[in-house]
Design a protein around this ligand. Structure first.
Ligand SMILES: [Mg+2]
Length: 234
């Protein structure tokens, strides 16, 4: 089945979120020590507890990724100036955006797909504004036809609503869409359950209990556009 649209996850697929996050979180930890008087280990524990409590309360919605709410709650608990939450949010995101680098082959692959007449989409958990900013900073935005964020879909992966909106925006049948991402559950099995083809971006060669089509580099994506056997559990 010829693929006519490739839909990419963003975080840890088009760039290394883990590396950029580490740089941003380090800055945040320093800030907490200097401005909130909370030491590194205590801050990390408080951050984790606050995050878990919000996840429990909010459930799987895009706003759960809104760090401003996390920092605001954290400052509320410590009884500080709430303006600090705005500063923490700004510090985290400006550091992360500065640290981001597109993954090997990302720019060339998206460009090559578009030049072949393949539509390029984004399917991502998170809020629209930040994901658009990330794509622009990574230099990928010129090659993207459409974006579906969980904020827009009203549901997070692996909810079918998000994949269905991707297919609707792709304007082609689900089986002509190929979803590519680093999460087996969110980017491979979720889309497959909705009739899309999918490819696991697995740069470190992790083992999986389920047999799925996988790639080590984004440069391999164009080689998978004609494969009709994807997603078949052998
Ligand atoms: Mg991801």
């Amino acid at each position: 089945m010829q693929i006519q649209c490739v839909i990419f996850d963003i975080d840890n697929t088009l760039y290394s979120y883990d590396a950029a996050h580490a740089a941003a979180f380090q800055k945040l930890t320093q800030f907490a020590a200097e401005r909130l008087g909370i030491s590194g280990a205590d801050f990390q524990a408080l951050h984790r507890q606050t995050n878990e409590a919000l996840k429990q309360r909010m459930g799987p919605v895009a706003a759960v990724h809104n760090r401003l709410i996390r920092y605001q709650n954290l400052v509320e608990q410590r009884g500080g100036d709430l303006g600090l939450a705005l500063e923490m949010n700004e510090l985290y995101w400006s550091t992360l955006l500065d640290a981001m680098q597109p993954n090997d082959g990302a720019v060339g692959t998206l460009q090559a797909l578009r030049e072949r007449g393949v539509r390029v989409g984004i399917g991502t958990d998170m809020t629209a504004r930040l994901q658009l900013v990330k794509l622009r900073r990574l230099g990928l935005l010129p090659w993207v036809d459409f974006i579906v964020s969980s904020e827009e879909a009203g549901a997070e992966k692996p909810s079918p609503a998000l994949y269905q909106l991707c297919v609707e925006k792709a304007g082609v049948d689900a089986q002509r869409c190929l979803f590519v991402g680093d999460s087996l559950v969110k980017d491979v099995l979720g889309p497959a359950g909705c009739g899309l083809q999918s490819l696991w971006f697995n740069p470190d060669g992790q083992r999986s209990a389920v047999q799925v089509e996988q790639i080590r580099s984004l440069r391999e994506v164009p080689g998978h556009l004609d494969d009709g056997e994807m997603n078949q559990e052998k």
